[in-house]
Design a protein around this ligand. Structure first.
Ligand SMILES: *Cc1c(COP(=O)(O)O)cnc(C)c1O
Length: 389
């Protein structure tokens, strides 16, 4: 076999050792409380499931879907953007449904990236931004997100030499893994930066509906001129607890959407139609699940933040999303602390290094675990003794 060289550029999966240890502890009968999974623990709302079931019986939905998606889904997405963000989208040219947003996030690199080109990528960040850049033959240029700057990149600090070689930039707010939100003024700045350097902006926004303290996050497309320079990826996964159904969307710049469609129409054949129609149901139906879910997550966030403060793990309260990003104490790496919590109190977290070099001094806690498991985890964390075996 002669594997392609591009595979050599992809680093090995970082958490192999830790996952092996979790599996071994579990096999020996030890109960592990895991804060390591970012997937809603609550079920998909029943009105959405009912639509999937009824549409599954319709023979027209058994055939190949169209890659571009059903017109009624395009319209439901455009109407949702109008209602939620007051953003106007042409349903046929400025909206494209995706098989979960991750697929589109990966594939868009094929539209903008080639050898010799850079992509500006937040560090820490969702690993797909850098992996897809490398698969497409380009190189990531990491832009630090630091707590001092509320985890917003300092665009003025990006050197001209990097900006001139970059063709694309990733942003993600509310942010995974830091939990930070971005104000609309930041997106306005990003549009200016993109225009100045001719860089295409991809805003990854699956958490705009997962927010705390009643502060609704803005869309990148609310920034003036955003549609000229970028797109926004969104998803039904986090909003409607639909991670397993695989449906998301990209909206905004029509030329980029056409380019992505050209790539995708040669790789996939779209989203199963029953699921597209369930997405219409989700977007047009009752939105009660959003505030209900946010209330539950906010309570969990506050419970966990309290114990973290008590045990000396400082964390900036997240504005949105599923995660708390906690600083590791002096003398630990993120992997050291992850190991110690696992071995000593049987609590699993994610080491920050998995999200980039600047994640090294942090660990990530997810709050998508059932309340009784959360309480058990909190009890165990309260009993953690620093450095003890
Ligand atoms: C969950 C997540 C996604 C992917 O969501 P899909 O289920 O593929 O729509 C993309 N970006 C970030 C930052 C995420 O956390």
């Amino acid at each position: 076999m002669q594997f392609a060289k591009r595979l050599d550029r992809l680093p090995p999966y970082l958490f192999v050792d830790i996952n092996r240890r979790i599996a071994a502890l579990r096999a020996s009968g030890i109960d592990i409380v895991t804060f390591a999974i970012g997937d809603p623990d609550l079920p998909t709302p029943s009105h959405i499931i009912e639509r999937i079931c009824s549409e599954a019986h319709v023979p027209a939905n058994h055939r190949y879907p169209e890659t571009e998606g059903l017109p009624e889904l395009h319209e439901a997405i455009a109407d949702w953007y109008k209602r939620r963000f007051d953003v106007d989208l042409d349903p046929s040219t400025e909206v494209l449904p995706l098989i979960g947003s991750k697929e589109g996030i990966g594939h868009i690199a094929l539209c903008f990236v080639e050898a010799g080109r850079l992509v500006l990528i937040p560090d820490p960040g969702y690993p797909v931004y850098s992996m897809s850049t490398m698969i497409a033959g380009g190189s990531p240029y990491f832009v630090p997100l630091t707590e001092e700057r509320d985890f917003l990149p300092d665009l003025d600090e990006i050197p001209e030499s990097a900006a001139s070689k970059a063709t694309m930039m990733w942003l993600n707010y509310p942010n995974n893994p830091t939990g930070a939100g971005a104000p609309l003024e930041f997106f306005e700045k990003a549009v200016q930066f993109a225009r100045k350097h001719d860089i295409f902006v991809c805003h990854d926004a699956p958490y705009t509906e997962v927010y705390f303290d009643g502060k609704k996050p803005p869309s990148f497309l609310q920034a003036s001129g955003a549609k000229d320079v970028g797109v926004e990826f969104h998803s039904l996964s986090k909003t409607y607890h639909m991670t397993g159904w695989r449906i998301g969307m990209v909206v905004g710049n029509k030329d980029a959407i056409r380019a992505l469609f050209t790539v995708k129409s040669n790789l996939d054949s779209g989203i199963p139609q029953a699921i597209q129609l369930a997405a219409v149901e989700a977007l047009r139906g009752s939105q009660a699940v959003v505030s209900e879910h946010n209330g539950i997550l906010q309570r969990r966030r506050d419970r966990l933040l309290k114990v973290l403060a008590e045990i000396g793990l400082h964390a900036r309260p997240p504005d949105g999303g599923f995660f708390i990003w906690a600083k590791v104490p002096e003398g630990y790496t993120s992997v050291d602390l992850t190991r110690e919590l696992l071995e000593q109190v049987h609590v699993a977290v994610t080491p920050g290094i998995g999200y980039g070099a600047r994640g090294e001094n942090y660990i990530r806690f997810s709050i998508t675990l059932a309340d009784d498991r959360l309480e058990e985890g909190i009890k165990r964390l309260a009993g953690w003794r620093r450095g003890a075996q």
